[in-house]
Design a protein around this ligand. Structure first.
Ligand code: HEM
Length: 371
């Protein structure tokens, strides 16, 4: 889609889409302006359940402060050995065979297992947990009304099951708190009041919905770039300290989330266009990240790019809470793949099938072969 974004960024940097009934914003500067002004562009959408992702100040900060401590770079760095262990376990069955399905065998299970452990889901429930987590972000099988209805029904049932499941775990944690997010949230207070059970569950669901598929796609998008660039593979294999900046560049070049939605709170002029209060505004991060006003050689993957002010994790007050965790998981995954495998490449005769969502950049399957 990046070619299309480039044309739109050049020709109609801010435009109204009659069909989708929303504004689209493509330039780096304008995207940043939208994201850094929550007073003008609200995150509140009519969604079932409220979460920090869909609230504005001051409520937003109250919610975010509850879990911030668990997601600081320092707190997350402590998970490195465990993330390494999970990665090794996931890779082990595939190493001697010389091929694996990167997405199903590593990029999907890794973030699910890590977040399950952080939240406090017992390892014995992991299989069910993964299924719930998958349904949360599942897309309809086609464009038909029937497929849409079917999906809605499945999602509703899924949410009910997740609620029942978490209610059970909350019960146990109330009796005996553990060192996990559920216990932390049950204990947390906003202005002297404990969170309701519903708020605690919503929090957990947010972490699953926001963190799993995105991290899967980051890992897969990075490996996709490596498979296409054998020299880069060699370089990173010899200099593992360069993996971190290659991950950053992946977030710029192939961002897992390419678009972020807001709603205008008042009448605003942007890029010479008049946006009215109440209208939807989509910030195209995927376009902004390739804006040559901000980035030299914007359409090239420059693995050691510095500075790299990409907006792959958003910008401003809603900047991704899970960024340190996603970065760490991607770093460990890439580093381990590079150390254990040589000449990683896409399995021959594979047709890449993009994920069917305008907001997401990634592929459904990525089978690799290696020496
Ligand atoms: C927010 C991207 C991984 C939790 C965001 C936003 C983006 C984003 C673009 C901003 C949304 C907005 O402004 O409306 C990504 C990408 C990831 C990733 C590309 C992986 C590569 C994670 C992980 C977690 C997570 C692993 C949790 C474990 C969240 C939460 C928010 C958020 C809770 C809302 C923050 C707020 O509203 O203050 N993410 N994310 N994300 N992300 Fe991530």
């Amino acid at each position: 889609p990046f070619q299309v974004y480039a044309e739109l960024r050049e020709n109609t940097p801010v435009r109204y889409d009659e069909h989708r009934e929303c504004w689209d914003v493509f330039r780096y500067e304008d995207v940043q302006y939208v994201l850094k002004n929550p007073k003008l562009f609200s995150s509140e959408r009519n969604r079932a359940g409220t979460s920090m992702l869909t609230t504005d100040p001051p409520k937003h900060k109250q919610l975010r402060d509850l879990v911030n401590q668990a997601f600081t770079p320092k707190a997350i760095e402590a998970l490195a050995p465990r993330i390494q262990e999970i990665t090794d376990e996931l890779l082990a069955p595939h190493l001697s065979g010389g091929r694996m399905n990167l997405i199903d065998d590593l990029a999907t299970p890794l973030p699910v297992i890590v977040i399950a452990e952080l939240i406090g889901v017992p390892a014995t429930d992991r299989r069910e947990f993964k299924e719930w987590s998958d349904v949360l972000v599942k897309g309809a099988r086609d464009d038909s009304e029937e497929a849409f209805q079917e999906l809605e029904k499945e999602k509703l049932k899924n949410i009910q099951e997740l609620y029942a499941y978490f209610t059970d775990i909350m019960e146990q944690r109330r009796l005996k708190p553990q060192d996990d997010l559920i216990s932390l949230l049950l204990d947390a207070e906003i202005e002297g009041e404990k969170l309701t059970e519903e708020e605690v569950v919503n929090f957990c669901i947010l972490l699953l919905a926001a963190g799993n598929e995105t991290t899967t796609n980051l890992i897969a998008n990075a490996v996709r770039i490596l498979s296409e660039q054998p020299e880069l593979q060699e370089e990173l294999r010899e200099h593992p300290d360069k993996v971190a900046s290659a991950v950053e560049e992946t977030l710029r070049y192939y961002p897992p989330i390419v678009a972020i939605g807001r709603v205008a709170r008042e009448d605003i002029e942007l890029g010479g266009k008049a946006i009215k209060a109440g209208e939807q505004v989509i910030s195209w991060v995927g376009a902004a990240n390739r804006d040559s006003v901000q980035f030299e050689r914007a359409d090239e993957f420059v693995s050691n790019r510095k500075p790299n002010r990409h907006m792959g994790f958003g910008f401003g007050i809603h900047f991704c809470l899970g960024a340190p965790l996603a970065r760490l998981e991607a770093r460990v995954a890439l580093h381990t793949l590079l150390q254990r495998m040589e000449r990683i490449h896409l399995a021959p005769e594979t047709t890449l099938e993009p994920i069917q969502s305008a907001f997401v950049f990634g592929v459904k399957e990525y089978p690799i072969q290696f020496n």
